[in-house]
Write a protein that binds this ligand. Sequence first.
Ligand SMILES: Nc1ncnc2c1ncn2[C@@H]1O[C@H](COP(=O)(O)OP(=O)(O)OP(=O)(O)O)[C@@H](O)[C@H]1O
Length: 304
Amino acid sequence: MLIKGGVTMREIVNVKELNFSYGNKRVLKNLNLTIHQGEIVGLIGENGAGKTTLLNILLGLLPADQEIKVFEGKPGQKKARQKIGSMLQGDIVLANVTVTEMLHEAAAQYFRSKNVTELLQELNLQKQADQLLTNLSGGLQRRVTFALALIGNPELLFLDEPTVGMDAQARKMFWQRIQALRDLGKTIVITSHYLEEIQQTADRLFILQKGKFVFQGTFQELQNKDKRTIIHFKTKLAIKNFQKLTAVVAATQLEDWIDLVSDDGDATLRSLVPFLEEINNVSIQRESLENIFLKMTNRMETLA
Ligand SMILES: Nc1ncnc2c1ncn2[C@@H]1O[C@H](COP(=O)(O)OP(=O)(O)OP(=O)(O)O)[C@@H](O)[C@H]1O
């Protein structure tokens, strides 16, 4: 159960012991997950971890035998489809159709669709309204695909690598939009390899590794599991005073500034106490999602 601002948020997606194989190749292994209304879930994992496969199953595009509930029904049922918007990798771009024409066509499939002109304004796509889809750059096509995901005024969004190809400004606008959608109570499941953006936006992270969840929780919970800390301070003392302190694994000095990389920030801070009179401007930096993720997936042995 998730309680947000004193309100109990209902379960929108529930998956129990999901396994999935392409032929003999098992790509999802015993996955359990619950997603609540109003949360942004960041689904992250290396290439081939199984993210797209999982999203396709939740959308009902791939079959699954196990018990999966999306809006209390099976994935892909009409009732659920009306409430879901999606942005997949390699969405089809139609020839000889303008942006507005395609959005009108899509809007007709939904009971509670958004107004096309207003949506184009919201997403700053007015200039592209009458352009042919095929004439748009890759980044603009991606933004139109986002408009397509929103046209049915969905309660739940599945977004697979939505920002690929978008320029920095478009990405910023995109994430602002995502936060605004969360404020409206929408639920969003998003995969991305831009981990800094996920760190800033997601309420919860699901980390997939080779088809298995290795973590589900908030970024703070993930960070608390990883004690690696960088302690930065100014001192006139020589670096050798600090190199052997508890849990210090690396120390660097640049003029009067010292950086200590510690495997246990609390322990190192305690061992710094005798030097407190002679150190200033102390700052403590915890690991980013990107670094924790790289360590979890064994792609980074030591971090500085
Ligand atoms: N249609 C398919 N037939 C056979 N194997 C597939 C198919 N689609 C995906 N796979 C395999 O399933 C595994 C999971 O792929 P999936 O696309 O779900 O991963 P992903 O986490 O989304 O990767 P990426 O970050 O590269 O998008 C990979 O080993 C992939 O090669």
